[in-house]
Design a protein around this ligand. Structure first.
Ligand SMILES: Cc1ncc(C[n+]2csc(CCOP(=O)(O)OP(=O)(O)O)c2C)c(N)n1
Ligand code: SF4
Ligand SMILES: [Mg+2]
Length: 351
């Protein structure tokens, strides 16, 4: 069975958000993934982030490809719009949906196989076009659903469960996203909710392409000694560059950070991203230095996590294409068919 509904009963004293909804209202069906799978922790972080942001679940569209990671939208935001696409094709379906209706909040969930192997081209083009979305890759360095083959993000030299050594160079999706022009680039770890929840909140509020590479160990096929995507390895090599707070425009601004160690980024909608710098060498608003920092720490054997780059001045694909603000399903006949005179004018302009 792949769909187990959760019991509807809520504890009467569960905290509610501005919409009067409880955290439970942001959940989905009961997960059928392996117990301990990192992907379930990411689903829990998405639930927490959307609850804390007071997002109406029915104004969110969640899209995915194929894989254990791509199954997860069933397990969160049960009241949201959902589309489980073909393997590696989530980005183009999301782009089309976004162009048709910009009023929804778009959340794309994918895996390292889904995005770095079969869907690599789709991943690249959605980011370089600036589609307004939050794109999360649940990265376990393995094809979990098809039982443990190396993926394109498995590190060279890392060991499969049966002992095979990976001889291929890995793709670092964070470095690629930076090079492609994504305007919000982060990496996190499924086992670090304190870091992941604010990153997802910040990404959801970002008005352009926001990409989060979330390392998410596969306990069935890639959590052994020798795997660089295991819980133990990531905990030992995790190097956070900053600590993030997301402050919505309407909230009073309070902080306990020490002066001199903070970077504040104000986005178009008034959201303030407040970053406490843990690594003095890293400037999250400088794309070139972010790439340099990533390469430098990688050479030192560290996995850089946190908000690695953000461009607060970003505009999305709708701005580049100068599309109408009204969702296509809300346009009337007069807008959709402007008549013979308007058509004649367009034709005349092309002669
Ligand atoms: C066109 C196509 N090719 C291959 C497959 C088989 N397949 C299903 S899931 C998958 C890999 C999934 O890996 P990943 O995206 O990393 O997800 P995970 O299961 O690890 O979360 C593959 C190769 C498929 N479903 N469709
Ligand atoms: S096979 Fe791996 S990725 Fe898939 S549910 Fe199990 S632990 Fe998670
Ligand atoms: Mg995978």
């Amino acid at each position: 069975m792949t769909f187990l509904p959760k019991p509807q009963l809520h504890h009467p004293l569960l905290a509610t958000n501005e919409l009067g909804l409880t955290r439970r209202d942001y959940e989905g069906a009961i997960s059928t993934l392996c117990a301990g799978c990192g992907h379930d922790s990411i689903s829990a972080a998405i639930v927490q982030a959307c609850f804390e942001l007071d997002l109406p679940p029915h104004r969110i569209a969640k899209l995915s490809g194929i894989g254990c990671s791509s199954k997860t939208p069933t397990y969160f935001l049960g009241a949201a719009h959902g589309f489980n696409s073909v393997h590696g094709r989530m980005p183009s379906v999301l782009t089309g949906a976004n162009l048709a209706n910009r009023d929804l909040v778009y959340l794309g969930v994918s895996g390292d196989g889904d995005s770095a192997s079969i869907g690599f081209g789709q991943f690249a083009h959605s980011l370089r076009r600036g589609v307004n979305m939050t794109y999360i890759v649940e990265n376990n360095g393995v094809y979990g659903l098809t039982k443990g083959q190396f993926s394109a993000t498995s590190d060279k030299g890392s060991k499969a469960k049966k002992g095979t050594i990976n001889t291929d160079e890995p793709i670092d999706l964070v470095a690629i996203a930076l090079q492609l022009g994504a305007t919000f680039v982060a990496r996190s770890f499924s086992g670090d909710k304190t870091q992941l929840v604010p990153l997802i909140k910040a990404a959801l509020k970002h008005p352009g392409s926001a990409f989060i590479d979330c390392i998410s160990p596969c306990v069935a096929f890639n959590n052994h000694e020798g795997s660089t995507k295991s819980f133990d390895f990531v905990r030992a090599h995790n190097e956070a560059v900053n600590k993030l707070d997301v402050i919505l425009g309407r909230e009073p601004i309070e902080t306990s950070y020490e002066p001199g160690s903070i970077v504040e980024v104000t986005q178009h909608d008034g959201t303030i991203l407040r970053l406490r710098k843990l690594d003095a060498r890293h400037d999250p608003t400088d794309r070139v230095s972010a790439l340099h920092h990533l390469a430098e720490r990688k050479a030192a054997g560290e996995i850089v996590t946190g908000l690695i780059f953000v461009d607060p001045e970003t505009e999305d694909l709708h701005a580049s294409l100068n599309t109408v603000p009204t969702p296509l399903n809300a346009l009337g006949d007069a807008d959709l068919c402007p008549g013979v005179a308007a058509l004649a004018k367009v034709n005349a302009a092309l002669r």
